[in-house]
Design a protein. Structure first.
Length: 442
């Protein structure tokens, strides 16, 4: 059997485990950390082999993790990064030096995990196996630091067997309420569970209740300092520019002026400030200006306000909740105005508020909505999404697939029109290849 066939067999084995990304858990069915702890013990506790920067938050944790990784790589460190979900390939989740792990390395880690299958007291979930594969692969690669993005919440997330030297909470909003609780305070309490003894905490949220909960958790576990946005660090300039932002950031260690950030949207400047502060906290000092300048200039994030085509203008984003949709709409209004009409291709997951998300998109002048369903059992039914659009006066049609929706939108758009594709990371991942083809052929 070839290595590629062997890997495919292992991925099928991985997919045979319960997948809470496809079937959302409830409060009663959220896994404990027992499976993770048992696997870690049997593998020699790989999560203890390197320092960790641990990142959670309702929005922005993927971008923050990516920017932090890029800064660490530019500083000359070997870096492992774990993020989720993937857009197109499983290997995207487990990165070394900012690039997806090789098929061989992924195969080796999954093979080691498969050997544990018959001796574990409790069957692990698919996400737990992927998380442990990341811990194992990073130990095998002898990384000098790992950046772990939380999958869901914090306290009971599979990544939380690690003890982060730096604990990052980007922000807290109402999302996954069926799992984490239906108040900001309940969700903040869950996310604050990543804060461990001695950790420096970086908080990108200004809500007083969130700050109080985070500081209380830090005191309870004897964590290190809590660095808060607009108190200990801040964005002092945040202007739109061609292809990104012009920003200035002040941190506890210094000020970085006249930076170009190669990401679109004012919210990305906040993510950059959080990431920069986290990496400074890791080193315990300021970073060289040339490192910060070079890193932010070239950082890119797929499916985060990603421009897929220029004529018509086609923008792809993974906004998947009201907070994300609002940030996306603000970014488009600021930096992507067009003289023509705007079409929204959207598909969402159950548990979201489709009316509130569509209201956010309507603010950018959407004249046409094409509703479709992400390829997951958690997808909101297309007819339900269409009904939500009609209820607020939007013109809507449905498509049988994401590919069909994108083809209709781009095919009917004129050179001065705008097509926005957003509503779920699952939608964005599935649409990305189709949009690349359509825009290339246009």
């Amino acid at each position: 059997m070839s290595e590629s066939q062997d890997l495919q067999e292992l991925l099928e084995w991985l997919d045979s485990h319960i997948d809470y990304e496809r079937v959302a858990p409830t409060r009663r069915s959220i896994p404990t950390l027992l499976s993770m702890e048992e696997m870690a013990t049997l593998l020699g506790n790989p999560e203890q082999a390197y320092p960790v920067i641990h990142v959670t938050g309702t929005n922005g944790k993927g971008s923050t993790s990516t920017i932090a990784t890029a800064l660490l790589v530019t500083m000359g460190l070997s870096v492992g990064t774990y993020t989720s979900p993937n857009l197109e390939r499983v290997a995207e989740r487990i990165a070394l030096g900012g690039l997806p792990i090789s098929d061989e390395a992924l195969r080796e880690s999954l093979e080691r995990l498969r050997l544990l299958d018959g001796i574990l007291q409790e069957a692990p979930t698919r996400f737990e196996l992927l998380t442990m594969a990341a811990f194992d692969a990073f130990a095998d690669a002898a990384v000098e630091v790992a950046v772990f993005e939380v999958g869901l919440g914090g306290s009971w997330d599979s990544t939380n067997i690690a003890t982060g030297q730096v604990a990052v909470i980007t922000n807290v909003g109402l999302d996954h309420v069926e799992v984490l609780g239906d108040t900001v305070e309940a969700i903040a309490t869950d996310k604050a569970g990543i804060i461990k003894q001695g950790a420096t905490v970086v908080l990108g949220d200004e809500q007083p209740s969130v700050r109080e909960i985070v500081e209380q958790r830090a005191r309870e576990v004897a964590a290190g300092p809590v660095l808060m946005i607009n108190r200990d660090f801040m964005v002092t300039r945040n202007d739109v520019a061609v292809g990104g932002r012009l920003i200035e950031v002040t941190t506890p260690y210094g000020t970085y002026e006249d930076l170009f950030l190669g990401l679109n949207g004012a919210h990305q400047a906040i993510n950059a400030a959080v990431a920069l502060t986290a990496v400074e906290a890791f080193f315990g000092r300021t970073l060289p200006d040339e490192v910060v300048e070079a890193t932010l200039d070239r950082v890119k994030m797929p499916a985060r306000l990603e421009v897929m085509g220029r004529s018509p203008l086609v923008v792809l984003d993974g906004a998947h909740n009201v907070h994300g949709a609002t940030a996306l709409a603000a970014a488009i209004a600021e930096g992507f105005s067009v003289s023509g009409s705007t079409t929204l291709v959207t598909g969402m997951l159950r548990g979201r508020d489709p009316v509130a998300m569509l209201e956010a998109f309507r603010a950018i002048g959407v004249s046409r909505v094409i509703a479709c369903a992400p390829v997951t059992p958690r997808a909101l039914h297309t007819d339900e999404l269409a009904d939500a659009a009609r209820s607020i006066g939007l013109t809507v049609e449905t498509a049988d697939s994401i590919e069909q929706a994108c083809e209709r939108a781009v095919g009917a758009a004129g050179a001065d029109d705008l097509v926005v594709v957003a509503g779920s990371l699952y939608l964005a991942g599935a649409a990305r290849g189709t949009l690349a083809r359509l825009c290339r052929d246009a």
